[in-house]
Design a protein around this ligand. Structure first.
Ligand code: ASP
Length: 439
């Protein structure tokens, strides 16, 4: 058995946190490959090293002095090195960083140094080999992740190695220039390393004990999720459930490697298992609820729309021409509604309407703003009768007016549209009916 272990920024924010991480790694010899993030916040008011690096580079790029800011970053690492009683010096690395900042090496290079340096500290602390991610993780000319090249080179590099530290978040372009994934991208690196090393489990260590059924900012102490499938998670994270970077699922999913979300501050908790498929029933009919505010619904009506071939395509073309992606398109006999993000749509509203008029010649277009979408997700819904009925009677009891219903053909989720101001009440009502009353 072997595992890749990825530790997030809050797990590596101080020497004290590093010691917890060291203990976790040493407790299980299967934990062979370690992917660290940059040091995160030590407390609520603190700044992540990644953000310090962005701010510092900004000064460098504008030709301003950045020595004070770079010294503050160096101090963050020195505090960790001293706290761990290591005899490691990062002087040479910081000299090089200063030089590269002056030469305007780029924002991505700057941000990546957070993980790069933390990887060096981690490798030194554990006595493991350090592998610079720029030598094993690759992007193509367009800046897209190059999965094939990476897998080939990385798996070769890891063959025969018992242990190694590979910093998260970045890789290199074909010309050698450093490029990062989007924010939170160390999760993606962990998944890529898990795939290349063909491990049995990808452990992702963070500061919560896995996923919760609902957002704790809305529900007081929501129940945790023991097991969730990749597909369920996709639905939930798309709808705003945080914890794991969206793209982290793909590399391991292809190989059927499960992800185990664990809590560095509470390592005895089992956390959440993210798996391909499972015969384990979730404790409740639903696995999770997530949602987002700030959508617009564009309702389009046309007599005999139903029999007009290509009507939907023409409507959607108007959105495409304006670079707007749509979220959901529920339709009736003579109506079609397109849900879009309000902030994306707002500035282009009249252009899109003109486009729909020109291309699809509808009878009427009506726009509704300030809507929220809620996804109720659960693999158990397929085999349970009355789930939708329960959801809607709970919403009716909570006085929430349902503006849209869309059940995905996978029967894995039901999407509900409500007014922004009903968002919290709707989530509470759904949580109560399935979890608290265990119906
Ligand atoms: N350090 C990077 C960030 O703050 C990447 C990561 O932590 O995954 O976004």
């Amino acid at each position: 058995m072997s595992k890749v272990v990825k530790f997030g920024g809050s797990s590596l924010a101080s020497a004290e946190q590093f010691k917890k991480v060291g203990k976790i790694i040493r407790a299980d010899k299967d934990r062979r490959f370690v992917v660290p993030s940059a040091p995160g916040k030590r407390d609520k008011k603190d700044t992540k090293v990644t953000d310090m690096l962005y701010a510092c580079y900004d000064l460098a790029e504008n030709g301003k002095s950045f020595s004070k800011e770079l010294a503050a970053i160096k101090a963050r690492y020195q505090e960790i090195i001293d706290g761990l009683e290591l005899t490691l010096s990062l002087d040479a690395e910081f000299k090089e960083i200063e030089k590269q900042f002056k030469a305007k090496a780029g924002k991505d290079y700057a941000a990546s140094r957070g993980e790069f340096l933390n990887g060096i500290v981690m490798a030194n602390y554990l006595g493991y080999e350090f592998i610079d991610a720029a030598t094993v993780i690759f992007f193509d000319e367009e800046g897209n992740f190059d999965a094939e090249k990476t897998n080939e080179i990385l798996s070769k590099r890891l063959t025969g190695l018992k242990n190694a530290v590979i910093p998260g978040f970045y890789g290199a372009m074909p010309d050698g220039k450093v490029k990062t994934f989007s924010r939170g991208g160390s999760d993606v690196t962990g998944s890529i390393v898990a795939k290349a090393a063909k491990v049995d489990v990808y452990e992702n260590w963070t500061d919560v004990s896995g996923f919760l059924i609902a957002d704790p900012r809305i529900i007081d102490k929501p129940v945790g999720i023991d097991t969730i499938t990749y597909r369920e998670l996709r639905e939930l994270s798309y709808m705003g459930a945080g914890v794991l970077h969206e793209d982290a699922i793909f590399p391991v999913r292809q190989q059927g490697i499960p992800i185990n979300i664990r809590n560095t501050n509470s390592p005895e908790d089992n956390g959440t298992w993210i798996v391909g498929s499972t015969c384990q029933k979730s404790k409740y009919v639903i696995t999770g609820i997530a949602g987002k505010k700030g959508f617009c619904a564009i309702n389009i009506e046309k007599d005999m729309m139903n029999s007009e071939i290509g009507f939907g395509r023409k409507v959607l073309q108007a959105f495409e021409e304006n670079g707007i992606s749509f979220e959901h398109v529920p339709s009736g006999i003579d109506t079609l509604t397109v849900f879009v993000h309000q902030d994306e749509f707002m500035h282009k509203e009249q252009k899109v309407v003109a486009g729909i008029n020109r291309l699809a010649k509808p009878d009427m277009i009506d726009i509704e703003a300030d809507l929220a979408l809620i996804a109720v997700v659960g693999r158990g819904m397929k085999s349970t009768r009355g789930t939708a009925g329960r959801i809607f009677s709970a919403l009716a009891h909570a006085n929430v007016n349902v503006r849209m219903i869309d059940q995905g053909s996978s029967e894995l989720n039901i999407i509900i549209g409500v007014a922004n101001e009903d968002f919290e009440a709707a989530i509470k009502a759904i949580y109560d009916i399935f979890v608290l009353t265990k119906l």
